[in-house]
Design a protein around this ligand. Sequence first.
Ligand code: AMP
Length: 214
Amino acid sequence: MNIILLGPPGAGKGTQAQRLVDRYGMRQLSTGDMLRAAVKAQTPVGVQAKSVMDAGGLVSDEIVSALIGDELAAMGDDVGAIFDGYPRTEAQAHSLDAILKEHGRTLDHVIELDVDEDALVERITGRFTCASCGKGYHDTFEQPRQVGVCDRCGGTEFKRRPDDNEQTVRTRMAEYRAKTAPILPVYEARDIVSRVDGMADIDEVTAAIGRILD
Ligand code: AMP
């Protein structure tokens, strides 16, 4: 099974993708995670992408499609793929078709997480993660049980994404509206789009996605 999780920044794509990985043994392909790893490792791609990411713009279609192509090529053909944060433009949607075809895969579902943008700004600007194990937290909605100590691994260092500030978040949302939302009709014409209420409780969102996939 190959699916796309679509929705603006902070809609919960990464959280839900992680749950699908745990439940179905699928593989999460997040271009945002791949780019952040490239920035951290200071690869040529990372060096090129950093300023665009910090400003909330979109990295070039060629770069992200190459990252996805490489990841899919390295994956077993029997492992399902969850595309998280890709495709984000019409050109990327076309590239994904070509890449999937090359690997004999078909796209089964596009799941759109439907969310209220103003609530998203609060969701995103409050989020932080444990620097050791990556567990996610939130200033308002989910603080560690003991202040300053990770519930999962006991780590005491936390980090925030540099692009999770209000101004950059607004730009990322504008990019979503202008360039990503317009690709939905391409998939609607194929009758593979399902909408899920992304403002619901995290477990309810997971259950709704499960009903689409099962
Ligand atoms: P994300 O983690 O999906 O929110 O992505 C973080 C940032 O990485 C975005 O704001 C973009 O700058 C860049 N990025 C991630 N995925 C893509 C993509 N498919 N196309 C272009 N830029 C991307």
